[in-house]
Design a protein around this ligand. Structure first.
Ligand code: GDP
Ligand code: MG
Length: 434
């Protein structure tokens, strides 16, 4: 059971209770404890949290105008948010950022994501490879930087950090945000500390950010403390929130230390990074819709597929090309689980999502196998032989091609209806017109 599922179960229990008294609050608290502990949240944090909930709710006069149940919801939500941390608003300004952390924590991927994050907000960014231990570090960062469209500097097989940094800063001098990727170790040993201090001496970072994988759970707190003591860090980035059941443990443990979580990363895609906001994190776990996140994701996806607004507005002209672009836009939004999560529907069965994702892939292949004329004019597909040819070309079968045509027609109808609704049209238009 993941943390979200556990918390949602506890919250569902509140809906079912008759009266909010010490017995029922303790029952709800037990569920909350189970959920938190299974996500590797520390025992003391968990017990303090539920104790505070009891103190605030039992034998207390309720604030006016709120039902006891709603008040319990509110208190729980606040306390969980509180344990999970604060929110961070990155400043978009010139700076040098040094990333550090253990092997496999996600430093190199995060370097590229972070540079892209700043660059997308109007400030040029580049990365420097200062991982001198791993032979493939240079290529990895180089490839990621080029995918992210940000600057890159490194000198293959060079062991002199000073030389790399001096040349790198010169080479990237028209970039305002410079991010330095460093090598890791299996543990924070003297070797790593020496290496990081040497990089720091030459790079002179404004920020030293520790990268930790969510998988570390509550150990993240100890890591943050140790790195802070040895190197001094300005904050933490928690990676792989998407695949880890222990993200809550990592976030709460880091929150307990002096170091705060600045960003979280939520997937393999280079856009899967966001400033950390504990309210948003907890709301999502509880299945509250994240409309802001959804709109941003849709906007980014649409931007990256070059759909023109007219193409979506003019339904009569909706053809397979547009349909394909829309499918691609959906793909660019990342895994469907995330999208439904943002819509406040985190519990859609895995099989349903996988089926839908498969279908999107298959449809892409089918449309690729159509001729230009067929994509413009769906009526042509009624002619004998065409469907057979397309099925062969795309490695699907005729049934699947027919399914696509039927889905396409349904969607056309749906958009037509939606666009007929003036309010909807306005909202949709605003969304894609920006
Ligand atoms: P480094 O050794 O600290 O530089 O770590 P890398 O950047 O090479 O990342 C290690 C692995 O974690 C790679 O396979 C990445 O693709 C993966 N990874 C990094 N960030 C994320 C994330 O947010 N989500 C997921 N699912 N995987 C990630
Ligand atoms: Mg690396």
């Amino acid at each position: 059971m993941d943390l979200g599922e556990g918390l949602r179960k506890a919250f569902a229990k509140i809906r079912g209770i008759e009266i909010v008294d010490s017995k029922s609050v303790r029952e709800v608290n037990k569920e909350i404890q189970k959920a938190l502990l299974s996500a590797d949240v520390e025992l003391d944090l968990t017990l303090e949290l539920t104790k505070r909930v009891e103190e605030r709710v039992i034998h207390k006069q309720l604030p006016k105008g709120i039902s006891a149940k709603d008040y319990l919801f509110e208190v729980l939500y606040e306390e969980i948010v509180n344990v999970m941390g604060t929110s961070y608003q990155p400043e978009i300004k010139p700076m040098r950022i040094m990333l550090l952390g253990l092997y496999g924590s996600g430093k190199t991927t995060t370097a590229a994501k972070l540079a892209r994050y700043y660059q997308n907000r109007g400030i040029g960014a580049g990365v420097i490879c200062c991982d001198l231990n791993r032979p493939a570090a240079f290529e990895q960062l180089n490839a990621l930087a080029s995918q992210a469209g940000v600057g890159f500097f490194g000198i293959k097989d060079e062991k002199d950090v000073k030389k790399i940094i001096e040349k790198g800063l010169l080479e990237l001098k028209n970039k305002k945000v410079i991010i330095c990727d460093t090598g890791g170790r299996n543990a924070l040993d003297k070797d790593l500390v020496d290496e990081l201090r040497e990089i720091e001496k030459h790079f002179k970072p404004d920020e030293k950010i520790l990268v930790i994988s969510a998988d570390t759970g509550k150990v993240a707190g100890r890591q943050a403390e140790a790195f802070n003591k040895e190197i001094g860090i300005s904050g933490v980035i928690i990676t792989k929130i998407d695949g880890s059941g222990k993200a809550g443990g990592a976030l709460s443990a880091v929150n307990k230390t002096k170091a705060k979580t600045l960003f979280i990363t939520t997937g393999e895609k280079l856009d899967a990074i966001e400033p950390y906001d504990s309210k948003k994190f907890v709301s999502k776990l509880l299945g509250m819709p994240d409309l802001e996140g959804l709109i941003e994701t849709v906007e980014n996806a649409i931007k990256s597929t070059n759909i023109r607004k007219e193409e979506l507005e003019n339904v009569e002209e909706l053809d397979f090309d547009t349909f394909y672009k829309q499918l691609k836009a959906m793909n660019n939004m990342g895994p469907l689980r995330n999208i439904f999560g943002m819509m406040g529907m985190p519990d859609i069965p895995k099989e349903t999502l996988e089926k839908a994702e498969d279908k999107i892939k298959k449809y892409g292949a089918i449309i690729s196998s159509m001729t230009k004329e067929e994509r413009k004019n769906a009526d042509l597909l009624k002619e004998k032989g065409r469907i057979t040819r397309i099925a062969k070309g795309s490695g699907t079968d005729e049934k699947e091609v027919r399914e696509l045509i039927s889905d396409f027609n349904k969607m056309k109808k749906l958009i037509k209806t939606a666009m007929g609704d003036r309010a909807m049209k306005k909202r949709f238009g605003n969304l894609i017109g920006r």
